[in-house]
Design a binder for this molecule. Structure first.
Ligand code: ZN
Length: 305
Protein backbone atom coordinates (compact mmCIF):
# COMPACT_ATOMS: atom_id res chain seq x y z
CA UNK A 1 0.00 0.00 0.00
CA UNK A 2 1.03 3.59 -0.59
CA UNK A 3 1.76 5.87 2.36
CA UNK A 4 0.86 8.92 0.26
CA UNK A 5 -0.88 11.47 2.47
CA UNK A 6 -1.25 14.70 0.51
CA UNK A 7 0.25 17.02 -2.08
CA UNK A 8 2.15 20.15 -1.17
CA UNK A 9 3.03 23.15 -3.29
CA UNK A 10 6.80 23.47 -3.69
CA UNK A 11 6.53 27.25 -3.58
CA UNK A 12 3.73 28.41 -1.27
CA UNK A 13 3.33 25.25 0.81
CA UNK A 14 -0.41 24.87 0.26
CA UNK A 15 -1.57 21.34 1.03
CA UNK A 16 -3.96 19.59 -1.33
CA UNK A 17 -5.97 16.39 -1.29
CA UNK A 18 -3.95 13.60 -2.91
CA UNK A 19 -6.78 11.53 -4.33
CA UNK A 20 -8.01 13.93 -6.96
CA UNK A 21 -6.38 15.22 -10.11
CA UNK A 22 -4.14 18.26 -9.92
CA UNK A 23 -1.70 19.69 -12.38
CA UNK A 24 -0.18 22.75 -10.67
CA UNK A 25 -0.86 24.60 -7.42
CA UNK A 26 -4.24 26.33 -7.85
CA UNK A 27 -2.95 29.37 -5.94
CA UNK A 28 0.50 30.12 -7.33
CA UNK A 29 0.69 27.73 -10.35
CA UNK A 30 3.95 26.13 -9.23
CA UNK A 31 4.67 22.36 -9.16
CA UNK A 32 3.14 20.12 -6.51
CA UNK A 33 5.05 17.51 -4.53
CA UNK A 34 3.73 14.23 -3.17
CA UNK A 35 4.10 13.75 0.58
CA UNK A 36 4.07 10.49 2.53
CA UNK A 37 3.68 9.30 6.09
CA UNK A 38 7.33 8.38 6.47
CA UNK A 39 7.00 7.44 10.11
CA UNK A 40 4.42 4.79 9.30
CA UNK A 41 6.44 3.65 6.32
CA UNK A 42 9.57 3.21 8.40
CA UNK A 43 7.63 1.02 10.81
CA UNK A 44 6.02 -1.07 8.10
CA UNK A 45 9.01 -1.71 5.84
CA UNK A 46 12.11 -3.80 6.30
CA UNK A 47 15.20 -3.94 4.15
CA UNK A 48 14.84 -7.69 3.75
CA UNK A 49 11.29 -7.46 2.47
CA UNK A 50 12.13 -4.80 -0.11
CA UNK A 51 15.23 -6.70 -1.14
CA UNK A 52 13.19 -9.78 -2.00
CA UNK A 53 10.70 -7.96 -4.22
CA UNK A 54 10.43 -7.75 -8.00
CA UNK A 55 13.20 -6.03 -9.98
CA UNK A 56 11.27 -2.90 -10.94
CA UNK A 57 10.69 0.50 -9.40
CA UNK A 58 7.38 -0.79 -8.04
CA UNK A 59 9.33 -2.56 -5.32
CA UNK A 60 9.20 0.86 -3.61
CA UNK A 61 5.41 1.02 -3.90
CA UNK A 62 4.86 2.27 -0.35
CA UNK A 63 6.77 5.41 -1.33
CA UNK A 64 4.99 5.82 -4.66
CA UNK A 65 1.58 7.42 -5.18
CA UNK A 66 -0.38 4.56 -6.79
CA UNK A 67 -2.72 3.03 -4.22
CA UNK A 68 -4.19 -0.02 -5.98
CA UNK A 69 -1.65 -2.51 -7.40
CA UNK A 70 -3.80 -3.15 -10.50
CA UNK A 71 -3.06 0.40 -11.70
CA UNK A 72 0.73 0.06 -11.43
CA UNK A 73 1.74 -0.11 -15.10
CA UNK A 74 4.88 -2.17 -15.41
CA UNK A 75 7.14 -2.83 -18.39
CA UNK A 76 10.16 -3.66 -16.25
CA UNK A 77 11.25 -0.07 -15.50
CA UNK A 78 13.83 0.76 -12.88
CA UNK A 79 16.35 -1.38 -11.00
CA UNK A 80 19.04 -0.58 -13.58
CA UNK A 81 22.67 -1.52 -12.92
CA UNK A 82 25.42 0.70 -11.53
CA UNK A 83 28.57 0.44 -13.62
CA UNK A 84 31.90 1.28 -12.00
CA UNK A 85 33.53 3.67 -14.50
CA UNK A 86 37.09 2.86 -13.56
CA UNK A 87 38.68 4.60 -16.55
CA UNK A 88 36.16 7.24 -17.59
CA UNK A 89 37.07 9.63 -14.79
CA UNK A 90 40.71 9.49 -15.77
CA UNK A 91 39.88 10.41 -19.34
CA UNK A 92 37.48 13.17 -18.33
CA UNK A 93 39.84 15.00 -16.00
CA UNK A 94 43.35 13.62 -15.34
CA UNK A 95 43.99 16.17 -12.58
CA UNK A 96 40.94 15.24 -10.55
CA UNK A 97 41.64 11.59 -11.15
CA UNK A 98 45.21 12.00 -9.86
CA UNK A 99 43.78 13.42 -6.66
CA UNK A 100 41.58 10.37 -6.30
CA UNK A 101 38.40 12.24 -7.03
CA UNK A 102 36.96 9.87 -9.56
CA UNK A 103 37.95 6.57 -7.99
CA UNK A 104 34.37 6.05 -6.94
CA UNK A 105 32.67 7.16 -10.15
CA UNK A 106 29.66 5.02 -11.03
CA UNK A 107 27.21 5.33 -13.88
CA UNK A 108 23.65 4.17 -13.54
CA UNK A 109 22.80 2.60 -16.88
CA UNK A 110 19.35 3.96 -17.50
CA UNK A 111 19.18 2.93 -21.13
CA UNK A 112 18.11 -0.49 -19.89
CA UNK A 113 14.71 0.96 -19.01
CA UNK A 114 11.89 -0.30 -21.26
CA UNK A 115 11.80 2.74 -23.54
CA UNK A 116 15.55 3.19 -23.46
CA UNK A 117 15.87 6.13 -21.07
CA UNK A 118 15.23 7.24 -17.49
CA UNK A 119 12.05 8.93 -18.73
CA UNK A 120 10.34 5.56 -18.32
CA UNK A 121 10.56 5.93 -14.53
CA UNK A 122 8.64 9.18 -14.34
CA UNK A 123 6.08 8.35 -16.98
CA UNK A 124 5.40 4.87 -15.58
CA UNK A 125 4.35 6.42 -12.29
CA UNK A 126 2.62 9.51 -13.70
CA UNK A 127 0.52 7.59 -16.23
CA UNK A 128 -0.32 4.91 -13.66
CA UNK A 129 -1.51 7.47 -11.15
CA UNK A 130 -3.50 9.37 -13.79
CA UNK A 131 -5.13 6.09 -14.83
CA UNK A 132 -6.01 5.31 -11.22
CA UNK A 133 -7.61 8.74 -10.88
CA UNK A 134 -9.85 8.17 -13.91
CA UNK A 135 -7.92 9.86 -16.72
CA UNK A 136 -8.74 8.50 -20.19
CA UNK A 137 -6.22 10.48 -22.26
CA UNK A 138 -2.80 11.94 -21.46
CA UNK A 139 -0.80 14.54 -23.35
CA UNK A 140 2.78 15.74 -23.31
CA UNK A 141 5.14 18.21 -24.94
CA UNK A 142 8.26 16.29 -25.88
CA UNK A 143 11.27 16.36 -28.13
CA UNK A 144 11.58 12.59 -28.01
CA UNK A 145 12.23 10.30 -25.09
CA UNK A 146 9.47 11.40 -22.73
CA UNK A 147 6.94 11.16 -25.55
CA UNK A 148 7.98 7.60 -26.26
CA UNK A 149 7.72 6.65 -22.61
CA UNK A 150 4.31 8.25 -22.17
CA UNK A 151 3.05 6.54 -25.33
CA UNK A 152 4.21 3.14 -24.08
CA UNK A 153 2.49 3.38 -20.71
CA UNK A 154 -0.66 4.92 -22.15
CA UNK A 155 -0.82 2.04 -24.64
CA UNK A 156 -0.43 -0.46 -21.82
CA UNK A 157 -3.33 1.14 -19.96
CA UNK A 158 -5.48 1.57 -23.07
CA UNK A 159 -5.50 5.34 -22.66
CA UNK A 160 -5.37 7.96 -25.40
CA UNK A 161 -1.90 9.47 -25.98
CA UNK A 162 -1.42 12.93 -27.50
CA UNK A 163 2.01 14.37 -28.23
CA UNK A 164 3.10 17.85 -29.23
CA UNK A 165 6.60 17.81 -30.71
CA UNK A 166 8.87 20.25 -32.58
CA UNK A 167 8.68 19.70 -36.32
CA UNK A 168 12.41 18.91 -36.51
CA UNK A 169 12.15 16.04 -34.00
CA UNK A 170 14.14 12.93 -34.93
CA UNK A 171 12.23 10.58 -37.21
CA UNK A 172 13.00 7.62 -34.96
CA UNK A 173 11.00 9.26 -32.13
CA UNK A 174 8.05 9.84 -34.44
CA UNK A 175 8.15 6.23 -35.57
CA UNK A 176 8.32 4.97 -31.99
CA UNK A 177 5.42 7.06 -30.75
CA UNK A 178 3.23 6.31 -33.78
CA UNK A 179 3.91 2.60 -33.43
CA UNK A 180 2.70 2.88 -29.85
CA UNK A 181 -0.56 4.44 -31.01
CA UNK A 182 0.04 8.08 -30.09
CA UNK A 183 -1.44 10.98 -32.01
CA UNK A 184 1.23 13.57 -32.79
CA UNK A 185 0.97 17.28 -33.50
CA UNK A 186 4.11 18.85 -34.98
CA UNK A 187 4.84 22.48 -34.17
CA UNK A 188 7.04 24.98 -35.99
CA UNK A 189 8.87 26.11 -32.89
CA UNK A 190 10.76 25.10 -29.76
CA UNK A 191 9.82 22.75 -26.95
CA UNK A 192 8.48 25.75 -25.01
CA UNK A 193 5.98 26.36 -27.83
CA UNK A 194 5.01 22.70 -27.64
CA UNK A 195 4.51 22.97 -23.89
CA UNK A 196 2.09 25.86 -24.31
CA UNK A 197 0.12 24.04 -26.98
CA UNK A 198 -0.02 20.80 -24.96
CA UNK A 199 -1.41 22.66 -21.95
CA UNK A 200 -3.94 24.51 -24.08
CA UNK A 201 -5.14 21.40 -25.89
CA UNK A 202 -5.28 19.36 -22.69
CA UNK A 203 -7.68 21.90 -21.25
CA UNK A 204 -9.69 22.17 -24.44
CA UNK A 205 -10.10 18.43 -25.01
CA UNK A 206 -10.15 17.15 -21.42
CA UNK A 207 -6.74 15.43 -21.48
CA UNK A 208 -4.37 15.24 -18.55
CA UNK A 209 -1.09 17.05 -19.27
CA UNK A 210 2.00 15.19 -18.02
CA UNK A 211 4.56 17.58 -19.54
CA UNK A 212 7.65 18.30 -17.42
CA UNK A 213 6.77 19.76 -14.01
CA UNK A 214 3.10 20.15 -14.96
CA UNK A 215 1.86 17.44 -12.59
CA UNK A 216 3.14 15.93 -9.31
CA UNK A 217 3.92 12.31 -10.16
CA UNK A 218 6.70 12.11 -12.74
CA UNK A 219 9.09 13.22 -10.00
CA UNK A 220 7.93 10.30 -7.90
CA UNK A 221 9.06 7.85 -10.55
CA UNK A 222 12.34 9.64 -11.16
CA UNK A 223 13.26 9.68 -7.50
CA UNK A 224 13.52 5.89 -7.54
CA UNK A 225 16.72 6.21 -9.57
CA UNK A 226 18.76 5.68 -6.48
CA UNK A 227 17.42 7.31 -3.41
CA UNK A 228 14.34 5.21 -2.79
CA UNK A 229 16.73 2.30 -2.44
CA UNK A 230 18.61 4.05 0.30
CA UNK A 231 15.46 5.48 1.76
CA UNK A 232 14.40 2.10 2.95
CA UNK A 233 17.84 0.88 3.77
CA UNK A 234 18.18 -1.33 0.72
CA UNK A 235 21.82 -2.14 0.28
CA UNK A 236 22.36 -0.98 -3.28
CA UNK A 237 26.09 -1.21 -2.83
CA UNK A 238 25.93 -4.91 -2.14
CA UNK A 239 23.33 -5.43 -4.86
CA UNK A 240 25.75 -4.04 -7.38
CA UNK A 241 28.81 -5.93 -6.16
CA UNK A 242 30.47 -2.95 -4.53
CA UNK A 243 30.88 -4.62 -1.18
CA UNK A 244 34.65 -4.51 -1.50
CA UNK A 245 34.35 -0.74 -1.15
CA UNK A 246 31.57 -0.19 1.32
CA UNK A 247 28.23 -1.68 2.12
CA UNK A 248 26.49 1.62 2.64
CA UNK A 249 26.76 4.87 0.78
CA UNK A 250 27.93 7.50 3.24
CA UNK A 251 26.13 10.82 3.27
CA UNK A 252 29.11 12.63 1.79
CA UNK A 253 28.73 10.61 -1.41
CA UNK A 254 25.18 11.79 -1.60
CA UNK A 255 26.34 15.38 -1.36
CA UNK A 256 27.39 15.19 -5.00
CA UNK A 257 23.90 14.11 -5.93
CA UNK A 258 22.32 16.82 -3.85
CA UNK A 259 24.44 19.42 -5.56
CA UNK A 260 23.53 17.93 -8.93
CA UNK A 261 19.95 18.40 -7.90
CA UNK A 262 20.58 22.07 -7.39
CA UNK A 263 21.05 22.38 -11.11
CA UNK A 264 17.42 21.60 -11.74
CA UNK A 265 14.67 19.10 -11.22
CA UNK A 266 15.29 16.61 -13.95
CA UNK A 267 17.04 13.30 -13.43
CA UNK A 268 19.70 14.36 -10.97
CA UNK A 269 17.31 16.67 -9.18
CA UNK A 270 14.65 14.06 -8.81
CA UNK A 271 17.23 11.62 -7.54
CA UNK A 272 18.33 14.14 -4.96
CA UNK A 273 14.68 14.82 -4.24
CA UNK A 274 14.31 11.15 -3.42
CA UNK A 275 17.02 11.67 -0.84
CA UNK A 276 14.60 13.83 1.15
CA UNK A 277 12.16 11.03 1.93
CA UNK A 278 15.16 8.83 2.60
CA UNK A 279 16.37 11.13 5.33
CA UNK A 280 12.83 11.43 6.59
CA UNK A 281 12.63 7.70 7.00
CA UNK A 282 15.72 7.83 9.14
CA UNK A 283 14.05 10.54 11.22
CA UNK A 284 16.44 13.22 9.94
CA UNK A 285 15.48 16.52 8.40
CA UNK A 286 14.88 16.78 4.71
CA UNK A 287 15.77 19.42 2.24
CA UNK A 288 14.56 20.13 -1.25
CA UNK A 289 16.98 21.05 -4.03
CA UNK A 290 16.69 24.52 -5.47
CA UNK A 291 17.75 25.66 -8.88
CA UNK A 292 21.02 27.58 -8.95
CA UNK A 293 23.15 26.08 -11.72
CA UNK A 294 26.25 24.17 -10.66
CA UNK A 295 28.77 21.61 -11.87
CA UNK A 296 28.11 18.76 -9.44
CA UNK A 297 31.38 16.83 -9.81
CA UNK A 298 33.64 19.85 -9.36
CA UNK A 299 31.53 21.19 -6.52
CA UNK A 300 31.79 17.88 -4.76
CA UNK A 301 35.56 17.87 -5.18
CA UNK A 302 35.92 21.41 -3.87
CA UNK A 303 33.84 20.49 -0.86
CA UNK A 304 35.83 17.38 0.06
CA UNK A 305 39.41 17.99 -0.94
ZN1 ZN B 1 1.43 27.30 -4.45
Amino acid sequence: MSFLTHLECAMCGQELEADRLWNLCPTCYKPLLARYDLEQASRALTREEIGNREASLWRYRELLPVRAPRYALCLGEGFTPLVHATRLGQAACPELHRRGGFAGLFIKNEELNPTGTFKARGLAVAVSRAWELGVEAVSIASSGNAGGAMSAYAALAGMGAYLVMPRDVQQSFLAECRALGAEITLVDGLITDCTRMAAHEAQKFGRFDVSTLKEPYRLEGKKTGLRAGRAIGLDLARRHHLSHRRRHWPDRDMEGLRRAGEAGLDRAGATAYGYGPGRGLRADGQSFPRGSGICPALAWMQHHR
